[in-house]
Every structure is written in C-alpha cells, then in structure tokens.
Ligand binder design. Sequence first.
Ligand SMILES: Nc1nc2c(c(=O)[nH]1)N[C@H]1C(S)=C(S)[C@@H](COP(=O)(O)O)O[C@H]1N2
Ligand SMILES: [Mo]
Length: 153
Amino acid sequence: MNITVYDEKHGYGQYTATEMSAAAPVHLPLQERVPGVSGQAFELKSWYRAWTKQRKALPGQEQEPALMRVEAADEFQATIPWSQLDQAVFLYEQDGKPLHKGFPIRLYVPDGSSECLNVKSIVTIRFLYSEKADEASYGFKNVVSPEDLRLRK
Ligand SMILES: Nc1nc2c(c(=O)[nH]1)N[C@H]1C(S)=C(S)[C@@H](COP(=O)(O)O)O[C@H]1N2
Ligand SMILES: [Mo]
C-alpha cells in the first residue's frame, strides 16, 4: 500500500512505508516517546526536512507548514497544527515486521491534544501552508455519495 505525500510548496510523491523510513534520518523505539507501546518509529519533522531538502526548495521556501493532515484507509482523518508535532513519529514496524494494526504506518503525537490523533493506516499525508488551525481536529471524512446527492435533490 502506498502513502501519498502532498505538500503545498514542494509537490507530491508516493512511497511505501519502507521507502519513507529508509529516507528518515532519525529512527527510535516508539516507547522512548510513547511509554508502553513497542515498535520502531521514525521522526516526522526530521523526515519532512530531509524530504523537502531533496526536493530542492527555491530560496525563500524554507518556512514550515502551518499544519499536517493525515488520512487513513478507513477515511478517518486528523488535522494537527505544526506546533503540536515536535515529538511526532510514524510507527512502521513491530517485532521486526510490518504493522499488523495500523499498516502501512501509524502516527503518534506525544505532544498532541488527544490520543485520538494517533491515526492508524495512513494513506495520505498533506503538508499545508495556507490553511490555518489553532486546534487539532479528527474524525471520519464527510463522504457524500452519488446516492446521497440524488436523495437531496
Ligand atoms: N485509521 C484510524 N485511526 C484511528 C482511529 C480510527 O477510527 N481509524 N481512531 C482513533 C481514536 S478515536 C483513538 S482513541 C485511537 C485508538 O487507538 P487504539 O486502537 O490503539 O486503541 O486511534 C485513533 N486512530
Ligand atoms: Mo478516541
């Protein structure tokens, strides 16, 4: 399963969990940031800086995003202000194997306002600069089906 990364300033790419973790400069046991939860994780912010550097940002584009939004395979999503993400990591491996629960990667936000932000099975990550969020939010995406639209007519 691929993870799609969209960035308002740096474009987009698609990666496997293995490719993302291989590009991450800082790896750590998850329990260093989330006591009681085992597995290997990589740091979000150092991964992001390495990713943007490799994409050769133009001069003047080295600001940081205002927020990150992650979307899961089950359409759960979370929007998190950049300031809550200093300790954030992506869990990618447990017992030396890909995740059973949360594959391909799971976000953990130790500085976040809620444990509900620990989104499992992430398939899309967005780095947004122009949208603002003072508080984190989460929940299932509002999906409007063609059937709903017909009923509303
Ligand atoms: N993909 C996905 N991630 C999710 C959720 C979800 O419904 N789907 N629920 C969230 C909520 S509300 C909580 S409290 C935690 C629960 O984590 P747990 O399953 O490890 O107990 O996962 C979060 N991550
Ligand atoms: Mo929750």
